[in-house]
Design a protein. Structure first.
Lengths: 181, 195
């Protein structure tokens, strides 16, 4: 953490190597978020790069009492949600909507044991794609980053009760689809 | 498998389920949920489905970018800084040139028109031969000053005070912008130590 603080202070003073270290340290969590939200490797790479460019520009506004990675995730999630909303790809979830064929297989009962990683990734992608952007971001921040409701709310610029409600609704929707199989 | 019967308490129970998955369900509510699940097949089915979804997400690993991501970010930062520098440089040259041109034109106009106005009104101070250089310069300055004051007085009469003050402020702002651009011109982001 002290190392991170030193990199941030260095980057603020114009030390490019220090900012490079920050990028290396957090490229994976930032990319994972953009990939889980956008579901396209090229777009995810571009969004992750854009996240760091914005972070570099706004570094002076970063408040040290907040976790740096959460600040980056906040920038990334806002950026990706904007892209998704502009695209108008989501929401697609309806309780009466058709279920992706992969979910009908019986091995969907124990995904961690019975399906290979590629298939599992595909299932995750299809499930997340059913959720509208704000719900999807809440789910990803909860499951992949283990953020608390408070941290997710801070990252997404909303309230804890809104996050609680989004997670509840998202789980309910996805469970409903799974049951419909 | 038969379709479970609808549950009237499903909204509240599913909220409990969601909180339980996050480890945030209070002990008393957990007992309520467990008691309900024991007697409600619809909620039990929903609970199992929620757990499956949760297990799937939990088992999915974090994915990372292609190798060399940090270098690609550095390159974009360097390109961005270069573009910004170019933009600021152009603005600095433009506003600087305009400022200098405007200030020069104003000074020349003051001197020329001041002298002309002074001649016409016959109020020029004399610059006598045989006097020393200092007094000649003083007379010259006095001459320009009188001419300028006559010219300004004329401007004020012809265009009104607001117009003359407005032009003056615009010129001053132009100079300020030029100085600001020159001072704030961004530095470069050097990729791998190379400009």
């Amino acid at each position: 953490m002290d190392e991170e603080r030193a990199w941030i202070e260095g980057a603020l003073k114009g030390d490019q190597a220090a900012f490079g270290r920050l990028v290396q340290a957090y490229e994976r969590p930032v990319y994972n978020l953009t990939y889980r939200l956008l579901h396209d490797a090229v777009e995810a790479e571009d969004a992750a790069q854009e996240t760091f460019l914005r972070a570099y520009d706004k570094l002076a506004t970063y408040q040290p009492e907040r976790k740096f990675v959460n600040w980056l995730l906040s920038i990334a999630s806002h950026y990706c949600i904007d892209i998704l909303r502009r695209r108008g790809r989501a929401p697609q979830l309806s309780l009466d909507g058709p279920l992706p064929p992969q979910w009908l297989a019986s091995d969907a009962q124990r995904p961690d044991q019975t399906v290979d990683k590629k298939q599992q990734q595909e299932q995750v992608r299809q499930m997340l794609e059913l959720l509208e952007p704000a719900y999807r971001a809440a789910v990803v921040l909860r499951y992949w980053y283990d953020l608390s409701y408070e941290e997710i709310a801070e990252a997404m610029g909303t309230t804890e009760s809104a996050i609680k409600s989004r997670l509840h609704r998202a789980r309910r929707m996805l469970a409903g689809h799974l049951q419909a199989a | 498998m038969g379709e479970p019967v609808e549950c009237r308490d499903s909204e509240r129970m599913s909220l409990f389920m969601s909180q339980a998955l996050d480890g945030l369900l209070a002990a008393a509510d957990r007992q309520v949920l467990e008691g309900h699940l024991a007697v409600c097949p619809a909620c039990r089915a929903e609970w199992q489905a929620m757990q499956q979804v949760s297990a799937l997400f939990k088992s999915a690993e974090m994915v990372g970018p292609r190798l060399g991501f940090a270098t690609r970010v550095e390159r974009r930062l360097a390109d961005k800084a270069k573009k910004r520098r170019r933009l600021f440089g152009g603005a600095a040259v433009l506003t600087g040139s305009l400022s200098l041109a405007a200030v020069t034109a104003a000074v020349v106009a003051v001197i020329v028109l001041g002298v002309v106005a002074g001649n016409w009104l016959n109020v020029l101070p004399e610059v006598k031969e045989g006097t020393n250089t200092v007094s000649q310069i003083a007379s010259g300055v006095n001459l320009v000053g009188k001419g300028a004051s006559l010219f300004l007085g004329d401007l004020l009469r012809s265009f009104g005070v607001p117009m003359v003050i407005g032009v003056g402020i615009a010129l001053a702002l132009l100079v300020v912008v030029w100085v600001w651009v020159a001072v704030k011109r961004p530095g470069g982001y050097h990729h791998n130590g190379i400009a």
